[in-house]
Ligand binder design. Structure first.
Ligand code: AMP
Length: 144
């Protein structure tokens, strides 16, 4: 996994938000996480859910730490949907620079969606040539 060669916890923008050194529009907080509005929202209500413990990548987090954060996602998504009046959200984590992770402190995006809102992925679906899917499964299974 390619890492993001920038911050440590002491110069991490999300650690500073957690510590109250940088302001944010706070939605929810407990011992494990802070949820706040994204400063550059893709849609009204676009929120970030940040573990309080500094960790660069999702893949660096322990299962217990992921569970402590992720079990609050359904409630947060429901509240955001209700609060901004939408029927659904994209919930996503960018893992690594190549996947567009800009801030090297794990965070879940909750992005409210509306019909024809113009957001979306370039979801250029392809197909596996014969035998390739099985080969990909073999490689991933070997790495598990
Ligand atoms: P990512 O590309 O997944 O690392 O997303 C980082 C997100 O953090 C972006 O959507 C930014 O708009 C957001 N962001 C960066 N700095 C702040 C900040 N000070 N307060 C709130 N959101 C921020």
């Amino acid at each position: 996994m390619r890492r993001i060669p920038v911050s440590t916890a002491s110069d991490c923008v999300f650690c500073k938000i957690v510590a109250g050194q940088i302001p944010c529009l706070r939605l929810f907080e407990n011992d494990d996480l802070l949820a706040f509005l994204d400063i550059g929202p893709l849609a009204e209500g676009h929120a970030l859910v940040v573990p309080k413990k500094h960790c660069e990548l999702l893949t660096d987090m322990s299962e217990a730490d992921i569970e402590a954060v992720s079990r609050h996602l359904p409630r947060l998504v429901r509240a955001i949907c209700h609060g901004v009046g939408v029927d659904g959200c994209n919930v996503l984590v960018n893992v690594g620079k190549v996947a567009s992770q800009e801030v090297p402190h794990v965070h879940w995006h909750i992005i409210p969606r509306k019909p024809a809102d113009g957001l979306g992925y370039r979801w250029n679906a392809s197909r596996y040539p014969a035998g390739r899917g099985e080969e990909v499964v073999r490689r991933i299974a070997a790495a598990l």
